[in-house]
Write a protein that binds this ligand. Structure first.
Ligand code: BGC
Length: 677
């Protein structure tokens, strides 16, 4: 029986010494643990925490959902700031905001006593029907990593662990516990890996959550190749892998998880029950070194979040501050996307309007507490109606009669009920609910000035009604300040600057995951036959016109792109190619533009997308102001995964740089040559 230390004795042990480096502290603590205590550390209890080991003063490590605010179900029902959902944040294309969001989220997590936040979610939007599209970011791997890395840095800067999820190919909710994503190495490398790889290499992420599904017939939480070989050995992941909640249930045995590198089974032990581990260990199914490896990873993160340190030396937590509310509002301001604005109907002039009508189910709904694990209970939530009412106060009358109103606001979209934007089920079609289509018909017969506000987290079919309405604002689920921001955009106090982080197809059948049932929904296997052609990579290469392309979003001002210059016409390994251009605000309002840089291989020898995003900049300009923008690219921006060589490769030859305001609005282009040294 090992010694139980008194608090005084504990304080003197080397692992408690804040002046030692973390690796020394981990080693010291590890060597004090008995085998059964190591077993104990590997599984959770009470849904959200690890088991404490009192003898050594190891407290429970506490985890909380989720990706757009601290969840009530994992924080004792606490009220926390409801930030706009992941897809809205991604639509800002603003990394500074992502950092600020991460920091604020961590401050709230710290305040509720948690050590780890279960987010961000970065699964690629492969199908528009995925129930969790709203929680994730984008269809594009470059935008995905650029938006994920600053969130993680923001969170971990507060010494709270970020947990990037769900590794990997958890691209649909239907059959999520059983399907196997049948995916090529090239698609993994080019599309599905990059956000995780960057999270490890650029943000040193402290935790990764293993997915429910299988990947090429092996469960995510027992996937030695993807966890041990890729995540840990190849990318150098130093944190720990946690299972998604109950994601281990259909795995055969504990040793597969241990050997793959799964440190923590949540929410409680299934395979990592002490007696099972003991039995497997005594039969030689895994070694103590293998066990130490997974335990060490967890201990290391415990030290990183300061679980053993004097709390007064740690960053302090706060919740629901004005600053956090402002960040939520700013994300909505920059993430809401103006999709349509016929006759420049927007922005409206408050002084020139007497009567408006507000219709549609989503006008009055508070949606923070839905969606599944990403639910948040905010102290308040401004609905679209409340935001509009406050904006109109004393100036504009809000009436019921749509014929009499000068403008009608139709607040439509989805919600977090089953088969909408929700965890554990996918949508069944791209259409708006029937009753909303009827409402559009009814109202558009009576009034010409219809402004649609969409509250939803995934693409919606619109080609059957779009021409009947003047304006469409894609507000996503815009967080607790959403109603204010919608009103600000409608009345021009905010100039919209969000751009779509995913393609809106005209019809579901146009979407590459929906060409056959093998691809979606699949059955035991889901065949990712579209390979690297997801989102605009498919639409652009096949020349299929989407409803709204990737990167699209309107503004109340206009921008002129000019003077593209490349600093060289030929470039080679270890060199940088500098691309510069001028952007000018030629409209009458101040506003921000997201300038996108795509690369195209001219006459590719192998199959390649017609263009791929490799850079973007968000620039704020006052009227007549212009700025010179510079992009620098290195050869990685030209590379692809070579299936034959089994590595990333770059082909010599001609490439185009395409610069524009969306994937389908290329304003400038230039060519260069790449030559190997
Ligand atoms: C979800 C995770 C979540 C976990 C804990 C799972 O069902 O897939 O994203 O973090 O539950 O609530």
């Amino acid at each position: 029986m090992s010694k139980t230390y008194t608090p005084e004795e504990l304080k003197k042990l080397p692992f408690m010494n804040e002046n030692l480096n973390i690796e020394q502290r981990v080693e010291d603590l590890l060597k004090r643990l008995e085998l059964k205590e190591k077993f104990k550390l590997c599984a959770g209890r009470h849904r959200w925490e690890t088991k404490p080991i009192d003898r050594l003063g190891i407290p429970a490590f506490l985890m909380t959902d989720g990706p757009h605010g601290v969840a009530p179900h994992s924080s004792g029902g606490k009220e926390c700031t409801y930030f706009p959902v992941g897809i809205c944040r991604a639509a800002t294309w603003n990394h500074d905001l992502c950092f600020q969001f991460g920091k604020a989220l961590a401050e709230e997590a710290r305040e509720v006593g948690a050590h780890m936040i279960l987010g961000p979610g970065v699964n690629i939007d492969r199908t528009p029907l995925c129930g969790r599209t709203f929680e994730y970011q984008t269809e594009d791997p470059y935008l995905n990593k650029k938006m994920a890395v600053p969130v993680i840095k923001g969170v971990q800067g507060e010494r709270i662990a970020a947990c990037i999820k769900h590794y990997i190919c958890n691209n649909q909710e239907k059959n999520r516990y059983t399907y196997s994503a049948e995916v090529s190495q090239r698609a993994l490398e080019e599309l599905y890996f990059p956000a995780y790889k960057a999270a490890v290499e650029e943000a040193d992420v402290w935790s990764v959550m293993g997915s429910y599904n299988k990947i090429n017939r092996v469960y995510g939480c027992a996937h030695k190749k993807l966890l041990k070989k890729v995540l840990m050995d190849r990318w150098g992941f130093r944190g720990f892998v946690v299972s998604d909640w109950n994601a281990t249930h259909l795995i055969d045995n504990p040793e597969d998880c241990i050997k793959a590198g799964l440190s923590l089974e949540m929410p409680r032990a299934k395979h990592y029950k002490r007696r099972y581990l003991k039995e497997a260990f005594s039969k030689g199914k895994f070694t103590e070194e293998e066990l130490d490896e997974i335990v060490k990873r967890l201990l290391r993160v415990m030290f990183l979040v300061g679980i053993f340190d004097d709390p007064s030396t740690l960053p302090q937590g706060v919740r629901n501050t004005k600053e956090h509310q402002d960040i939520a509002r700013k994300i909505a301001e920059e993430g809401i996307v103006l999709l349509r604005n016929e006759d420049n109907i927007l922005p409206l002039e408050r002084d020139q309007i007497q009567k408006i009508a507000i219709k549609g189910l989503n006008a009055d709904r508070k949606l923070a507490e839905g969606g599944g694990s990403s639910a948040v209970k905010p102290p308040y939530e401004i609905t679209p109606r409340t935001g509009l009412e406050q904006k109109c106060e004393d100036k504009i009358e809000i009436i019921d009669d749509v014929e009499e109103a000068e403008y009608v606001f139709l607040v439509l979209g989805l919600d977090h009920e089953e088969h909408n934007d929700v965890e554990n089920s996918d949508r069944e079609s791209l259409e708006l609910p029937e009753a909303q289509l009827d409402l559009i018909d009814e109202v558009t017969e009576k009034n010409e000035n219809i402004i649609v506000i969409l509250i939803n987290g995934s693409p919606i079919r619109m080609d059957n009604w779009i021409n009947k309405v003047k304006a469409i604002i894609e507000a996503w689920y815009p967080g607790q300040e959403g109603g204010h921001v919608i009103a600000d955009i409608i009345f021009g106090d905010v100039n919209p600057s969000g751009k779509l982080p995913l393609t809106f197809p005209k019809r579901l059948e146009d979407s590459p995951a929906h060409l056959t049932e093998k691809r979606y929904p699949g059955n035991e296997k889901v065949f990712y036959e579209e390979n690297i052609f997801v989102g605009y990579r498919y639409f652009d290469t096949q020349n299929i016109k989407p409803l709204f392309p990737f990167g699209f979003g309107l503004s109340y001002t206009n921008f002129k792109y000019k003077n593209i210059e490349l600093d060289k016409t030929e470039f080679s390994d270890n060199e940088k190619l500098t691309i510069s251009l001028k952007i000018e605000n030629i409209g009458k309002r101040e506003g921000a533009e997201i300038i996108q840089l795509y690369i195209q291989k001219v006459h590719p020898k192998i199959e390649r997308p017609v263009k791929e995003l490799k850079g973007f900049k968000k620039v704020f300009l006052t009227p007549k102001q212009n700025k010179t923008i510079q992009f620098k690219i290195i050869k990685e921006a030209l590379s692809y995964y070579d299936d034959d060589l089994k590595l990333w490769n770059v082909n010599e030859g001609e490439y185009k740089v395409l610069i524009g305001g969306s994937s389908r609005d290329i304003r400038l282009e230039s060519k260069f040559n790449y030559k190997k040294q």
